[in-house]
Design a protein around this ligand. Structure first.
Ligand code: NAD
Length: 503
């Protein structure tokens, strides 16, 4: 890994982006750290989306015929480029999304990990062989490339989410069209640059295999409408998913939706409280509460509530808030002032609903001016109100009591979202019940681990209003391919299935 430049301009230059790439356009990119302008980028006119998708289709015709392990070689080279540029890309994530540097680097590490995973996968796109009911017949499943994959991504994981989709799509034989968040387009340009280096080393990949469309929601909408793009992978708010899903469904395209979460932890009487406190603090305030998997609800057994609340208040009082590139900072800025206002408004409503609030104030001292820095908030709630059931994308942790484990599970599941969940317990019955069909209804359910910071090896995603999509590891690759069931008759007869006689 190279060293980290402490200014944005050097970081951009080291990533191959010079003034001509990042000036002269209409999309102003401001750093959440201090609202300095990082770039003014040229936006793609929405009328040009059709040209982009047509180019992707042309690339598809060539790329799908390249043997999958050879496709994997491109992803392996991209992983190498990411390793070399990890420090710079991680720092740019900090400048553009406001993450602390360790999390910026962690995001790039996640990209490297998914590249490694995808390289292995490129030799494992297996189908099944199925017993045929007809003599002299063989039945099988074959997985084929499906076509261009459209990726719409959110500001809070500006590069990792794209890489989950891109690395898997590429080994599956599909071109990629990326519509990054309009709030984090610079990291997208940097990724394009790094992928360009890998493509140059690879040599013979088709033109336009991976394209990036810089601009706002209108580009995302046009991508969702395009019949050239059979799969749309959309990460962002539930509001966005509600808009995108029917558009894709209307043309019978496939959607992979990764939407909002409202993640909970149940803390049982037997829990190792010291471990629980560490997990709670990281999951609730890491990334300044702006992860889809951020811990937002704590469901605590009445017998340990006061003890746990006191420990958390002590930990919250010590949290270093400041410039995300400064060593020692654990909490950087929110993405913008609007996010700070949404946090303040949610805390006001929670108070009106009977909540008692600890923290949550704006921070003015010891932080760069211009950014929105907030103290994380702990809110003890008398019950799970509508505000608690709503995802506010900020570091607010609502705490509620329970007396009976079944009641805790009910509270945990009684929200519209279904992304991540966990239980802290040393009681095997509680742990197993939490993971059972009668337990958590989320896509992710952990025991003695917080809800955030998933590994790439598992399938990532959630149920209900989180959208039902799965990305990253396990067999999530199947959503990026089309399945063909094929039967071969090697006999001299023509028996029909189900014993049907015809003529
Ligand atoms: P957002 O919904 O505002 O924007 C996400 C992307 O969707 C952007 O690229 C935006 O331009 C695009 N978009 C918005 N409206 C659109 C429309 N009508 N048609 C097509 N595209 C449209 O989300 P955000 O504020 O950038 O990100 C935060 C949200 O994302 C949170 O709700 C968070 O939970 C969620 N998120 C979910 C996951 C997950 O894996 N489940 C991961 C990261 C973020």
């Amino acid at each position: 890994m190279n060293d980290i430049a402490m200014d944005a301009k050097t970081t951009l230059e080291r990533l191959g982006l010079d003034a001509a790439d990042v000036t002269g356009g209409s999309l102003k990119v401001m750093s959440p750290i201090d609202r300095r302008v990082l770039g003014e980028l040229r936006e793609l006119p929405v009328g040009e989306v059709g040209t982009v998708t047509a180019r992707a289709l042309a690339a598809f015709r060539a790329w799908r015929a390249v043997p999958a392990p050879r496709r994997g070689e491109l992803v392996r080279l991209f992983g190498e480029e990411l390793r070399m540029a990890k420090g710079d890309l991680g720092a740019l994530v900090s400048w553009e999304a406001g993450k602390i540097i360790s999390e910026g680097l962690g995001e790039v590490q996640e990209m490297i990990d998914i590249c490694d995973f995808a390289v292995g996968l490129s030799r494992q796109l297996y189908g099944l062989t199925i017993a045929s009911e007809r003599p002299g017949h063989r039945m099988m499943e074959i997985w084929h490339p499906i076509g261009p994959v459209g990726v719409i991504s959110a500001f809070n994981f500006p590069v990792a989410v794209w890489s989950w989709n891109a690395a898997i799509s590429l080994v599956c034989g599909n071109p990629v069209i990326w519509k990054p968040s309009e709030r984090t387009p610079l990291t997208a340009l940097a990724c394009r640059e790094l992928l360009g280096r890998a493509l140059a080393r690879f040599g013979d990949a088709p033109e336009d295999l991976v394209q990036t469309m810089i601009g706002g929601a209108d580009l995302g909408r046009a991508l969702a409408e395009s019949r050239d793009v059979p799969v749309i992978s959309a990460t962002g708010s539930t509001r966005m998913g509600r808009a995108v899903a029917p558009v894709v469904a209307a043309r019978f395209g496939k959607c992979i939706l990764e939407l909002g979460g409202n993640n909970a932890m149940i803390v049982c009487p037997s829990a190792d409280l010291e471990m629980a406190v560490r997990a709670i603090v990281f999951s609730a305030v890491g990334t300044a509460g702006q992860r889809c998997t951020t811990l937002r609800r704590l469901i605590v057994h009445s017998s340990i509530m006061d003890d746990l609340a006191a420990r958390l208040r002590a930990a919250y009082a010590e949290l270093p808030i400041g410039h995300p590139l400064d060593e020692g900072t654990l909490i950087g800025p929110l993405i913008d002032g609007e996010a700070g206002n949404a946090m303040t408004a949610a805390l006001e409503t929670a108070k009106a609903e009977g909540g008692s609030v600890f923290g949550g104030a704006r921070v003015g001292d010891g932080v760069p001016s211009g950014g929105t820095y907030m103290q994380p908030a702990l809110v003890e709630m008398p019950h799970q109100s509508e505000t608690v059931k709503t995802e506010t994308f900020a570091p607010i942790l609502y705490m509620m009591r329970y007396d009976d484990f079944a009641e805790a599970l009910e509270i945990q599941n009684d929200v519209p979202q279904g992304l991540s969940s966990c239980v802290f317990t040393l009681n095997m019955r509680e742990a197993e019940r939490f993971l059972s069909m009668n337990g958590s209804d989320c896509g992710i359910a952990n025991v003695n681990i917080g809800p955030s910071g998933a590994e790439i090896g598992g399938a990532f995603g959630g149920e209900k209003e989180t959208g039902g999509g799965r990305e990253s590891g396990s067999d999530a690759w199947k959503s990026y391919m089309r399945r063909q069931t094929s039967t071969v008759n090697y006999s001299a007869e023509l028996p029909l299935a189900q014993g049907v006689r015809f003529g």
